[in-house]
Design a binder for this molecule. Structure first.
Ligand code: ACO
Length: 389
């Protein structure tokens, strides 16, 4: 069993580390530019870009959903990790826009992948959700209860936006990102995490839903929130975000025993370029150390950190042994930071063997067949029972 102190794993002979060994992302096919947005909302490209750093976002088409985007990102992550879906013990999808309230989006992905040895659940912590989920999975690996986990952040924010509200609809987009975490005796991987919440700020950022206290009476709540639509008090969230990014990164560095200056790259939640610049200033870090792809994706909530991570890897901004800080913040209010020492302990990672690739594709085909045949069998059994009774 691993031993922990202040969220940091100590070296001993039995220790297990949780390493990121696979990654993948998916974006919908359709793009919505600021200019296109301004044809139906009173806004313009200059205002949006100057205040947020966003130029465009991806929007899911009819045939795309949180689960289909999550599935695509998951397939890529398994490819890079070069493991089979049946090797997974756990699938967690962090999302604020789940396919259903239940069953979970994670269960759908589990079924489509044929990951029949894995438990699956969704995690709701808004834009901090991916870091929360990664921490849960890393802790399960380090405690020895699982070997491999698939952690996904996936959203279709376009479906919960009020497209008449120019203060929110300009900010968000759709997408998914995924990582595979795996146990390894090699030191490194997830070093420390800080998870926090302040429910007193719950009215600043919300999507009122079926369980809301005022769901029956008010389709417009006291603060102007509409049922099933996002509400945000932008300037207060802005102030909160700049404070907690620097605070939580400092805390996670202290827990890991490193200086903030030792961070090689920060992968922050992609909310607003000005928030990221302010946080970099507070931390005394060069703004270049903050990965940003806001311009092309906007804010994809729980998907933004894993998408930015994938792009940072693709752009070769992450090297072996680098210290990577992830930081998320959003509804709840919630916030979370994590420090990772990068290092892929698997020699096969990134190339993947041809044999495993074929086995994965066979498993995806089996998944479709297995799912249909199970439903069909249940229907037949129901009919048989009806006839018998
Ligand atoms: N286009 C043109 N003008 C606009 C728009 C728009 N889309 N939206 C607001 N305005 C106007 C306002 O009406 C206001 O006009 P006024 O001065 O005549 O009253 C003016 O622009 C300034 O409005 P502010 O709301 O003060 O603009 P601000 O600089 O605060 O920027 C923004 C707004 C971009 C929403 C900012 O507050 C922000 O980014 N907040 C944080 C949001 C965030 O990060 N949320 C995500 C975290 S959690 C999550 O991801 C779910």
């Amino acid at each position: 069993m691993a031993t922990f102190s202040s969220g940091v794993q100590k070296n001993d002979e039995t220790e297990r580390h949780a390493h990121v060994v696979g990654w993948g992302m998916a974006a919908p096919a359709s793009v919505l530019t600021n200019d296109e947005l301004s044809t139906f909302v009173d806004t313009n490209d200059d205002w949006i870009f100057a205040r947020t750093g966003i130029r465009q976002r991806y929007i899911a088409d009819e045939g795309e959903s949180t689960a289909t985007l999550a599935y695509k990102a998951a397939q890529q992550a398994l490819e890079v990790a070069d493991i089979l879906p049946t090797d997974l013990d756990l699938i967690v999808v962090a999302t604020s826009t789940p396919e259903n309230i239940f069953p979970s989006t994670a269960s759908l992905v589990q079924d489509w992948l044929n990951a029949h040895e894995a438990g699956a659940f969704d995690l709701s912590a808004a834009c901090s959700g991916f870091v929360y989920a990664l921490n849960m999975a890393a802790d399960s690996i380090r405690a020895g209860s699982i070997q491999a986990a698939l952690v996904i952040g996936a959203e279709t924010m376009s479906r919960i936006l009020d497209w008449q509200d120019r203060s929110t609809c300009i900010l968000f987009g759709d997408g998914a990102g995924a990582v595979v975490l795996q146990a390894s005796p090699a030191p490194g991987g997830v070093l420390s995490s800080v998870l926090r919440s302040d429910g007193a700020g719950s009215d600043l950022l919300a999507i009122p839903s079926v369980g809301s206290i005022d769901a029956d009476e008010s389709r417009a709540g006291a603060n102007g929130a509409k049922l099933y639509k996002m509400y945000m008090a932008g300037s207060e969230v802005f102030r909160f975000a700049t404070r907690v990014i620097s605070e939580s990164i400092e805390q996670t560095c202290a827990a890991a025993g490193i200086e903030t200056n030792d961070i090689d790259l920060v992968i922050p939640h992609q909310a607003n370029r000005r928030i990221l610049q302010a946080a970099a200033r507070k931390l005394g870090l060069d703004a270049d150390k903050f990965m940003s792809n806001l311009e092309r994706y906007g804010n994809t909530s729980a998907a933004s950190i894993p998408i930015a991570l994938c792009e940072a890897i693709e752009q070769q901004r992450i090297q072996d042994k680098d210290h990577i800080a992830l930081v998320g913040f959003g509804g709840g209010l919630t916030w979370a930071a994590m420090l990772i020492r990068w290092g892929v302990p698997q020699p096969s990672a990134q190339q993947g063997s041809m044999l495993n690739r074929q086995r994965r594709h066979v498993q995806y085909r089996i998944a479709r067949w297995r799912s249909r045949s199970r439903r069909w069998r249940r229907r037949v059994n129901r009919k048989v029972r009806e006839i018998r009774d």
